[in-house]
Design a protein around this ligand. Sequence first.
Ligand code: HEM
Length: 239
Amino acid sequence: MPGFRADTERMAAELGIDPAEVRAQLVGRRPDGRPLMRPDDTTAAELNHFGYDTDVPDVPDGPRGASADPDGLRCPLAAHIRKVNPRDQETDKGPPAATLTFAILRRGIPYDRGLLFLCFQTDITQQFELLAQRWASNPERPRQGLDNGVDLIIGRVRPGGERRARLLAGGVSTMADYVRPRGGAYLFTPSLSALRTLAGAAASSPAAGSDTCSRPGSAPDSPGAPARPPRTPRPPSPR
Ligand code: HEM
């Protein structure tokens, strides 16, 4: 990421800590994936076994438990992984139970000299766009009312503006954008043509319109009702 290494060395000198520590706090994880939320001896099976608001228990013969960090004393509230995945924390969008409805299924693919960021979701506005704009780029979100700065990995501010974040030892700031988007696309999976083909096949199948055939998805008391895809739970509307 352009400017990231030099900037984090400057920030480290200002805070009197190691540059690797600044980078880990900006991301929320160390380069090998260990989260700051867990102790140093964390194993591969434990990399995602933690909560921000609530302690997670030991799993018998599985991952060891971890204590919570609601106020960002171990992992800063502005860390990338906290901004884009607040897990079990209340956010400006609602109570903890709603938070995971904004999560995405993510794949990063090395591409040329950069990264192809790819993610899957059911609602691009309430997931990708919400994470990138409403949470990563707002200093007071996802936890409302606390100015902890923006996500310095992907958060954007007005052009030419300074980007700030609060780390464990104090505040840092930069004029640089480490991530420079080169393009993007919103795509359907399956593709629209595949969905049309499936819809056409369903419409022309012998069962279509029959009132004697029970198909998956049709209610038992409404024989012949068109099969509907399972309903996706919708996140609460913005406050
Ligand atoms: C293209 C620039 C980006 C870079 C360099 C980047 C970097 C990272 C890194 C280093 C991690 C931690 C390692 C891992 O879990 O794999 C991570 C996790 C994550 N990133 Fe990004 N990211 C980028 C863009 C984005 C965008 C645009 C979003 C969503 C809008 C996003 C959402 C996430 C999520 C949800 C996680 C997992 C959080 C968790 O562990 O709980 N990232 N990213």
